[in-house]
Design a protein around this ligand. Structure first.
Ligand code: SIN
Length: 546
């Protein structure tokens, strides 16, 4: 397969970028399951943007910086927030049905979430992601320049010698596409520009709000190809995932707290005022840590989120999915509180990019949760993620447009075919399943909301053993999509652990019991594979050292 652009992932970042890049050249989108199997599709809350007359860019900027715990790149924050209204208008123009409210100066109903000082989250009730995905897919499916291939997992990036015009990054190699599984075979998918937007890493943890696709594939592939990763220790835990034996990852949106939901303990006592003056609308790092503390102290398995003081008709209209899903589990949220627990939700770090989404590898762009752009710092502000995805998709496409006359002449060389060597068929799936389970438990128990150097070291030792074993399987057996994902979550787990060990401070989402203060000498943790491929280079830097 060959195209001008290869886009890996079909969420909001990938589809938005595909539509814009299609104005320049041919686009192939590959996605490892069905096109709708994305984190975007599950997003409930909405998109934060300054749309009301009584709101301001400065206020959104300050809320983002404050949530990011001193680690955001302010110029990126300003750029993203300033671009927000224009990107929302584009979504409206392609048919996204955000909920309207004639009583607001914007004409739209706006929700509130933790850390925001204004109501500024535009939404489609609690189905925002599904609505955005629907509208984007509709456009993509009707665009003759874009081909979408489902059930094709990317295995590794295709690297060749050479440069790509316009790229700031210098290196002897550039990205020229990816190896992609087509059935049981692995095929080279060659492209002038490759865009990684395959989502986050939530499946590294036992409990997550993420869909099954969130196995860090983009981050792992970029790392193996030599790209820099940054701030991978900042895993955001969403405070309120539904606790029910039959539910795996059902989120209770932060918008529920925005509409008055209160966190209470098993005795019915509200507890957030003990932790933050913003109470239930404090930022996510604070709320998740507070719940973790309450659970550890009481020995309970969950706390409750109570919104039963609001009218049933309001709840049914504002939160149709949450209302029905809880009811199907025997919980009438208009009458009783909802049992909730924190769960891994969002990776704030990722593949390090510049303000156009360009990574440190020429020819390779990273967008959405796969990327670390400098927007989120140490803790992403609620509903800034879909915003980041659309803004950076636009920036990346504009970057390619600016340099297109040069990029389009980039030669796409023939590449080596995938070699399976003497690999055998894997006959025992237990080799995969056991390690999946082991990794996710180690990460949940040792690398969770509150960390300690001792637990991190234990996790590292265990993960190094598992990582080695998986690497061996990878070389001994024919690869399968499950094995590709397992190899990726093993790598990502090790990177998270070692990044967490490196950040000897507590800040934002990273709380290290041995170092409870902030350390002004650390801004970013950087991870990179060394040239010989065997060793990893890890360091912390202050931004001015770049
Ligand atoms: C939510 O609806 O609570 C999730 C929104 C987000 O992760 O920003």
């Amino acid at each position: 397969m060959e195209s001008d652009f290869l886009i890996i992932g079909s969420g909001i970042a990938g589809l938005s970028c595909a539509l814009k890049c299609a104005e320049l050249g041919s686009v192939i989108v590959v996605t490892k399951k069905r096109d709708v199997d994305t984190a975007t599709n599950l997003a409930q809350g909405g998109i934060a943007a300054v749309l009301e007359e009584n709101d301001s860019i400065e206020s959104h900027v300050q809320d983002t910086l404050s949530s990011g715990a001193g680690l955001c790149d302010e110029s990126i924050v300003r750029m993203v927030v300033e671009n927000g209204p224009a990107r929302i208008k584009e979504l409206v123009d392609i048919g996204v049905g955000f909920v309207q409210d004639a009583g607001n100066s914007s004409g739209y109903s706006l929700g509130r979430e933790g850390g925001h000082s204004h109501r500024r989250v535009i939404h489609a009730y609690d189905l925002t992601g599904r609505e955005v995905e629907r509208a984007l897919l509709n456009k993509v499916r009707n665009n003759s320049k874009i081909e979408m291939f489902e059930e094709r997992i990317a295995v590794d990036l295709l690297m060749v010698e050479g440069a790509v015009p316009g790229w700031r990054a210098a290196g002897s190699q550039r990205c020229a596409g990816a190896y992609v599984m087509v059935g049981e075979e692995v095929e080279a998918c060659r492209a002038k520009v490759t865009v990684l937007c395959s989502g986050g890493v939530g499946k590294v943890y036992l409990y997550t709000t993420n869909p099954d696709i969130a196995t860090g594939d983009g981050v792992a592939m970029a790392f193996r190809a030599g790209a820099e990763l940054s701030n991978m220790e900042f895993v955001q835990f969403h405070p309120t995932c539904l606790h029910h034996s039959l539910e795996k990852n059902f989120l209770i949106s932060e918008a529920v707290r925005g509409e008055g939901g209160i966190l209470i303990d098993g005795e019915g006592v509200a507890f957030m005022e003990k932790y933050d003056k913003r109470k239930d609308l404090a930022t996510r790092d604070t709320v998740a840590r507070a719940i973790d503390k309450e659970l550890k102290e009481s020995g309970a398995d969950y706390v409750f989120l109570d919104i039963s003081h609001r009218d049933k008709s309001f709840l049914e209209e504002r939160f149709p999915t949450i209302f029905q899903r809880c009811l199907s589990r025997g919980i009438d949220i208009s009458k009783e509180p909802i049992p909730v627990v924190p769960a891994a939700h969002y990776m704030c770090g990722g593949v390090r990019t510049d303000s156009n989404g360009c990574t440190t590898i020429p020819g390779l762009i990273a967008l959405g949760e796969t990327a670390s752009t400098g927007l989120h710092g140490g803790n992403r502000l609620a509903s800034n993620s879909l915003l980041e995805a659309v803004v950076f998709a636009d920036r990346a496409a504009n970057f390619c447009k600016k340099h297109w006359s040069n990029i389009k002449t980039t030669d796409i060389p023939e590449v080596d075919e995938w070699k399976s060597g003497n690999a055998m068929d894997l006959e025992e799936e237990i080799l995969i399943n056991h390690n999946w389970d082991a990794i996710r438990r180690v990460m949940w128990n040792y690398v969770g909301i509150v960390r300690s150097l001792k637990r991190l070291e234990l996790a590292k030792v265990r993960m190094e053993g598992i990582f080695k074993e998986i690497d061996q399987h990878y070389h001994d057996y024919h690869i399968t999509p499950n094995m590709v994902e397992l190899r990726n979550i093993a790598l990502i787990s090790l990177v998270i652990i070692q990044s967490a060990q490196l950040r000897k401070e507590s800040r934002g989402l990273h709380y290290l019991a041995d170092y409870t203060q902030t350390n002004e000498n650390i801004e970013q943790t950087i991870f990179k594979r060394k040239k010989d491929g065997k060793k990893w280079e890890i360091k912390t830097i202050k931004r001015e050292q770049e």
